[in-house]
Design a protein around this ligand. Structure first.
Ligand SMILES: [Fe+2]
Ligand SMILES: [Fe+2]
Length: 232
């Protein structure tokens, strides 16, 4: 398939699925997450010689199954259903259906996968993981924390220097957990891209701690303002 044809399929997929992403802005997984994962996914596909048709479509489908009321719960199954239905309607996707569904099923870095994960699935997975890192990933985690009603941070040890992160307990514990993700990246290109994001993580955490010690990090709004000042 010519590059221009691949792009046209991607645009049709996006037109069909954008409506699912839109309401999920409420917990940080809106269309901007899809667009960043898509663009990084294509970059990885080019570097790893994976089929861009599958990688691009997989990125647009991967979190489409999230919902504004239940968030992540059951989202992979719903993303698979949305993708299956569209594969029935779009002949261009029919021949890559299994590959596409595999990429969606194993898109999260913490999920165990079969011995041989196809490179297309690896690219979608690494691209999603990269977007969970750095300033953009921290903002997404903070927004999810607001939505789920999780306290921002532990009152005396906000960055888990003396505790194991409690992912359901505090948003900043989840932010610290994100530091374990780069080691799960599977491609050299993604590991390269992750270096800058790890530096962003270090910058954010030290600025957070300094404001916390001055009593200026009181809630998620303060934490989001800090990350947005970096994103600007
Ligand atoms: Fe996901
Ligand atoms: Fe995602």
């Amino acid at each position: 398939m010519l590059a221009v044809e691949v792009e046209s399929v991607h645009q049709r997929v996006w037109q069909a699925v954008r409506q699912y992403w839109e309401p999920n802005r409420i917990h940080g997984h809106g269309p901007d997450h899809a667009e960043r994962v898509y663009s990084t996914g294509l970059r990885l596909a080019a570097a790893e010689r994976a089929d861009p048709l599958v990688v691009g479509a997989g990125c647009y489908f991967h979190d489409a199954g999230m919902l504004p009321d239940v968030g992540r719960i059951g989202h992979i199954e719903r993303s698979l259903q949305i993708a299956s239905a569209l594969c029935d309607e779009m002949p261009e996707l029919a021949s890559v259906r299994n590959l596409l569904l595999t990429a969606i099923r194993y898109h999260e870095a913490e999920l165990a996968f079969p011995d041989q994960l196809p490179m297309e699935a690896v690219c979608v997975r690494d691209s999603d993981t990269l977007d969970r890192l750095g300033f953009a990933g921290i903002r997404m985690t903070l927004q999810y924390g607001v939505w789920i009603g999780r306290p921002l941070c532990h009152p005396t040890d906000p960055l888990c220097h003396q505790r194991t992160p409690d992912l359901n307990g505090f948003t900043m514990d989840y932010v610290r957990h994100l530091e374990s993700l780069p080691q799960l990246l599977m491609t050299a290109t993604a590991r390269d891209i992750s270096r800058e994001k790890q530096e962003q993580h270090g910058l954010y955490c030290s600025a957070f701690l300094s404001l916390f010690q001055k009593g200026l990090m009181r809630n998620h709004d303060d934490a989001i303002r800090l990350v947005e000042s970096h994103l600007r």
